[in-house]
Design a protein around this ligand. Structure first.
Ligand SMILES: [Zn+2]
Ligand SMILES: [Zn+2]
Length: 391
């Protein structure tokens, strides 16, 4: 089959599916309408969709002649914000918007599913579809992995994608090695001893302790991480107190750590714990440190990503696929899959026409619908090439 030609023929259908999804954004694990839509389309295309994890959907195609299994994944969740794209199919509600483009991923994977079903007899193995919830809160892929998405049949390799409005429409870009940073989100609660603002000697002031702690944590980057290594530690929230004459009993700090190297990640997390414990003890306070989510970095497997990238080049043209994408300091919870199986990951260029190219999560973001043809072809071509090479 000419995969690019078939993807072009299906473009109108992929666009229609994406526009419906775009108009009906849902958050996190609360994806009832989205999941119903995905299952309805998969059933229409001849699949038997199965629930997996919390509001995840999976289905398989092929495997009639045995062979290995490759997983291809799309995420389905939107963001809690108001859309300002001005598009005629903009979100129908104010509380959620597809400003990361996960609606496009879902529609592209549905398009790929349709083509793969048409080729089912010739598939040299099994393709497993993964429609995941809650990527934005870094817990959706984990819920599907814990529910067994990587088994029955066992997944031997995986392929993920993300549309990017800052890259030229239809181009595919990948990195050999690190591609997305790890992300560890944490909350520190400092327990002091509250009292009257005029009598600090009778209190343990958690605000003063928290201020010392925020400053002390900056030394992890400045003094402990090697100059060539990458680590970001951000305190994004410091909450305490309610009045000028009350020393509060507690303070809350929330932050995140990003790294690319697993050893640097371990170091930063350990020093965060040590410095927190030592600093609060110095000032007679106590603290609880809780990691709210822990997501590893996404690193592509060199052999897998090159094999898939070369196949995409053959389908879309030499001038459409690039292997020198610099790593992003953002994160991807597809890491829960890439940690387990060799994986490829591709950024799909989606820069719009007659509209500024904006970063993900911008309320005005738009994507070029021509990008969907490349996305569909990337899913089908990448999966097929991997199965053929490992038949
Ligand atoms: Zn996002
Ligand atoms: Zn995203």
């Amino acid at each position: 089959m000419d995969i690019k030609k078939r993807a072009l023929e299906l473009k109108a259908e992929v666009v229609a599916n994406r526009r419906w999804l775009h108009q009906h954004p849902e958050l996190g694990f609360r994806l009832d309408q989205t999941v119903a839509f995905v299952k309805e389309k998969l059933t229409e295309y001849g699949y038997t969709p199965v629930d997996c994890g919390n509001h995840g959907v999976t289905a398989t195609v092929g495997g009639r002649h045995g062979g290995k299994c490759v997983l291809i994944r799309a995420d389905m969740d939107a963001l809690p914000m108001k859309e300002e794209s001005g598009l005629p199919f903009a979100a129908a509600c104010d509380g959620a918007a597809h400003t990361c483009g996960h609606d496009t991923h879902t529609a592209m994977l549905l398009g790929a599913a349709k083509i793969l079903k048409e080729m089912e007899d010739e598939l040299p193995g099994t393709v497993k579809l993964m429609f995941q919830p809650a990527e934005e809160i870094m817990t959706g892929a984990k819920s599907m992995v814990e529910d067994g998405i990587l088994e029955n049949p066992h997944v031997d390799a995986a392929l993920g994608t993300h549309i990017m409005a800052l890259l030229p429409a239809g181009q595919l870009h990948y990195a050999v090695g690190p591609m997305f940073a790890s992300c560890d989100m944490f909350t520190i609660t400092i327990h002091g001893h509250g009292g009257h603002g005029s009598q600090p000697q009778n209190t343990v002031d958690p605000i003063a302790v928290g201020a010392h702690l925020v400053t002390a944590l900056q030394t992890i980057n400045a003094r402990e991480v090697a100059p060539g290594a990458v680590a970001v530690l951000t305190i994004g929230c410091f909450q305490a107190g309610a009045a000028s004459n009350i020393i509060p009993a507690s303070a809350k700090l929330m932050g995140s750590i990003r790294t690319f190297d697993p050893e640097v990640r371990v170091l930063v997390k350990q020093r965060l714990a040590d410095i927190t414990e030592g600093t609060v003890k110095t000032f007679r306070a106590e603290a609880d440190l809780v990691f709210d989510s822990e997501t590893a970095a996404v690193s592509t497997d060199p052999e897998t990503v090159r094999l898939m990238g070369d196949a995409m080049k053959q389908i879309l043209g030499e001038d459409m696929v690039f292997d020198n994408l610099p790593p992003f300091s953002g994160s991807e919870d597809f890491a829960f899959v890439t940690q387990e199986v060799p994986s490829g990951f591709f950024a799909i260029g989606g820069a719009p026409e007659d509209w500024p190219a904006l970063p993900q999560h911008n309320p005005k973001i738009r994507f070029h619908e021509d990008a969907f043809v490349s996305g569909v072809a990337a899913y089908v071509g990448g999966a097929l090439a991997w199965l053929e090479a490992h038949r």
